[in-house]
Design a binder for this molecule. Structure first.
Ligand SMILES: Cc1cc2nc3c(=O)[nH]c(=O)nc-3n(C[C@H](O)[C@H](O)[C@H](O)COP(=O)(O)O)c2cc1C
Length: 353
């Protein structure tokens, strides 16, 4: 049976137009990535994890993560922290920034985060995890979702104890990445746990982990009963993976690849300013141009070029027809000046955009 990934579903009161969700990824999920994800079929996109402490201290870079584009909805902004009062205040800021859903990170395995009592460490402290969900759900009228791992230790089934309690505390949806925090990204995501979680709770569950093709998406949806699949690494520099998952063509032409990369570069410069964007973009060259699409030395060459203008010129020389694809993409895109900006967000950090 083929499950239609275009089916709409409800996350709390928010209608999600499709069963493919673009994963939150720190250092990746900028606006340009999220907008692209929506164009290629994602029904819901997510910001990267945003520090509640950073929001509290009005850190410029952190506030930059709260910039919401008019064409991103529905969007979830993900926050992480360990103090209920600060979490509640951050949720109100995130609401003011224009998000549709507040997502809470109970899955980050990185020591810098877990040692503060945030991220995956909350799976070992269900009482505190529930207090945080209650505080956030009580602070905003928006639906609140939680993204978690299976537990901290390998083989842990903690998500099955904690998940239902989080729902009682007010979570309108749960996303499960069924690897342990210890595992980081090794081994494989055990979606038999996702199926168990689906059976335990009466809110929509999103399945995250190792979904990289139409066939995999279909099998995860069919075997777990999850309402949607979330896709992360497969979509890095590769929106065509989303297109294939939705039932379309997998392989883009060289011109399409270069045009999407150029658009991504321009949008990222507008978002981060050219200096930050130059560093940020380096990992994307390999992601876009790899997978056998361009010879390996070409990526090395781009990384060494001194300016983004030169990268652009070199890319267009490699695929001259990309110019026309890019023009068409630019014509189809909505006006970026429609973005919502919080009053308190300093415009300067956006490189004038
Ligand atoms: C570079 C990177 C950054 C990530 N950052 C976040 C994050 O900020 N918040 C979060 O909940 N998960 C984060 N994740 C986990 C992903 O959202 C996802 O659950 C995981 O990668 C498994 O899905 P995949 O196999 O489709 O990549 C990150 C993953 C990667 C690879």
């Amino acid at each position: 049976m083929n499950i239609d990934l275009r089916d709409h579903w409800l996350l709390g009161s928010v209608e999600i137009p499709g069963r493919l969700v673009l994963a939150p990824m720190a250092g990746v999920s900028v606006q340009a990535f999220r907008r692209q994800g929506r164009r290629y079929g994602a029904g819901l996109v997510c910001s990267e994890m945003v520090s509640v402490a950073g929001i509290q201290h009005r850190n410029e870079r952190t506030l930059g993560y709260l910039r919401v584009g008019a064409d991103e909805h529905p969007l979830a902004i993900q926050i992480f922290g360990s103090d209920p009062v600060a979490m509640a205040e951050a949720a109100r800021m995130v609401e003011a920034a224009g998000t549709d859903i507040v997502d809470m990170n109970f899955g980050c395995p990185v020591k810098k985060v877990t040692k503060t009592g945030a991220g995956a460490s909350l799976l070992d402290d269900a009482d505190q995890a529930c207090r945080l969900v209650e505080a956030v759900a009580g602070a905003v009228p928006l639906p609140v979702s939680v993204k978690m791992r299976r537990g901290v230790e390998n083989g842990s089934r903690r998500c099955l104890e904690v998940g239902p309690r989080l729902v009682e505390a007010g979570a309108a949806s749960l996303t499960l990445h069924p690897r342990s925090a210890k595992q980081m990204y090794s081994g494989s995501a055990d979606h038999s746990l996702t199926a168990e979680l689906v059976a335990l709770v009466d809110v929509p569950v999103i399945a995250s982990g190792d979904v990289d093709s139409h066939a995999k998406a279909q099998s995860v949806l069919a075997t777990t009963g999850a309402v949607a699949v979330m896709v992360g690494r497969a979509a890095q520099g590769n929106p065509w993976a989303l297109r294939e998952i939705m039932g379309g063509d997998a392989e883009p032409s060289r011109e399409e690849v270069v045009a999407e990369l150029l658009l991504f570069m321009r949008e990222t410069v507008r978002e981060l300013g050219s200096e930050r964007a130059a560093g940020f973009l380096k990992k994307f060259y390999g992601w876009y141009l790899g997978r056998g699409r361009f010879p390996r030395p070409f990526k090395q060459e781009l990384v060494l070029l001194p300016s983004l203008d030169e990268v652009e010129t070199r890319l267009l020389a490699a695929a001259p027809g990309a110019r026309f694809v890019l023009e068409r993409l630019l014509d189809e895109l909505p006006d970026p000046t429609q973005d919502i900006l919080l009053d308190s967000l300093p415009i300067s950090i956006y490189g004038g955009g």
